[in-house]
Design a protein around this ligand. Structure first.
Ligand code: GLP
Length: 255
């Protein structure tokens, strides 16, 4: 059953971080997968601040990158670099507890990654962004709810956005991602969306029946899913017919 929290754009980073802090404080050994991209940047800045302040510590945290591009001509374009430079290297997380993919990951690397998550006892928290096509991680439309960590072919939209938003001279054709089944097994999920460009996909997420066409919707059945969005990404959600919201509630999808 998803809990939807709408906060102002100014409060978004702090509010999302408070949820992560609470998770850290209530789990002896958090096992977390982290997204790259623009959405969590403020969250990572607040996490650094709170770590320096001593509110939380990463000493007991196992950190997994949620996804990775398949072909990166410059290492600075990789999700691993993004996560290391924006958070991992700045919060004192022990290197043995940082898990990212090697460049040009193979199917064997994906199997090893999945096993590593299992060896850690499974994820306790999956922090997620959402793509304009509804992908989570790089679980693109068409991804199966039973999917595991694997190599995925990127859609033309994701490739275009990789060029536009992250500066890829040549968009990658494929990526690797933690699978939907692995995310579903996480004890908690926190899906973040910020900004008006995400408003249409958030409306679709809350309006449409869950399907593989919108991978994030397959997570709506998770027992502890929080969707935190800022007011810009929430534009129009109050116009979603109330009958639809309540019918989803009866199905146990949305509160
Ligand atoms: C990208 C990333 C995901 C990210 C999502 C949203 O393709 N691979 O990990 O969560 O799409 O990105 P952004 O936050 O930049 O909008």
């Amino acid at each position: 059953m998803a809990r939807i929290i709408v906060v102002s754009a100014a409060e978004f980073g702090r509010a999302a971080t408070e949820m992560i802090i609470y998770h850290f404080l209530t789990h002896r050994r958090p096992v977390v997968c982290w997204p790259s991209g623009s959405t969590p940047r403020e969250v990572y800045a607040v996490l650094i601040e709170e770590t320096r302040r001593g509110t939380i510590s990463f000493v007991n945290v196992e950190s997994f990158a949620l996804d990775e591009w398949g072909e990166v001509s410059d290492v600075r374009l990789s999700c691993a670099y993004d996560l290391r430079s924006r958070v991992f290297d700045r919060v004192g997380v022990p290197e043995r507890q940082v898990h990212v993919w090697p460049p040009r990951a193979t199917p064997e690397d994906c199997i090893a990654y999945e096993s590593l998550i299992a060896d850690c006892g499974g994820l306790t928290l999956g922090v997620l962004g959402i793509g304009l096509n509804g992908h989570v991680g790089l679980n693109e439309p068409g991804s199966d709810v039973d999917s595991r960590t694997r190599i995925v072919t990127l859609t033309p939209l994701t490739q275009r956005l990789a060029r536009k938003n992250y500066g890829f001279p040549h968009p990658p054709a494929y990526g690797v991602t933690v699978g939907l089944a692995t995310l579903m097994e996480s004890r908690e999920l926190l899906l973040l969306a910020q900004g008006s460009t995400k408003a249409p996909i958030i409306r679709r997420l809350l309006q449409e029946a869950p399907s593989e066409a919108l991978p994030a919707s397959l997570l709506l059945d998770h027992p502890h899913l929080t969707i935190m969005i800022d007011s810009d990404a929430a534009q129009g959600i109050l116009r979603i017919p109330i009958w639809h919201q309540s019918s989803q509630t009866q199905e146990g999808n949305v509160t």
